[in-house]
Write a protein that binds this ligand. Structure first.
Ligand SMILES: [Zn+2]
Ligand SMILES: [Zn+2]
Length: 121
């Protein structure tokens, strides 16, 4: 089961993200009732994500339709931070939130909402 990638808003959940970073304890999606999104802006406060502040997590049991089937998601590789649990792009060699080194870890595959909506041929 591959998870869908969701953003945890750094404005709505700044305290939660800071404590995840400080304690090295991942944020659980089940603890959030707002400030969680996979669109370009947080639906709760309207702010866009910031790569150095916004937390990314995988959400299981989420219905996704891949872009190649006309949906809005594509499969991407992410590193899963061994400290705070943040998911981040594999061109980085350390977590942008807690700065933990992740070199030579295996990437995790997740579904991310695609930035460029492709239309089915
Ligand atoms: Zn927000
Ligand atoms: Zn981290």
């Amino acid at each position: 089961m591959v998870a869908a990638e969701f953003r945890v808003c750094h404005h709505c959940h700044g305290d939660l993200i800071r404590s995840a970073v400080r304690q090295g304890r991942p944020i659980r999606v089940s603890d959030l009732d707002r400030g969680l999104y996979d669109h370009s802006r947080c639906p709760t406060c309207g702010r866009p994500p910031d790569p150095g502040l916004t937390y990314h997590t995988g959400r299981k049991n989420w219905l996704i339709v891949p872009a190649e089937w006309g949906g809005g998601y594509e499969a991407v590789d992410r590193f899963h931070c061994p400290g705070c649990g943040n998911l981040f792009a594999t061109y980085r060699d350390h977590c942008p939130l807690c700065h933990r080194w992740v070199s030579r870890r295996r990437p995790t595959g997740v579904w991310a909402r695609s930035v460029h909506m492709r239309h089915a041929a």
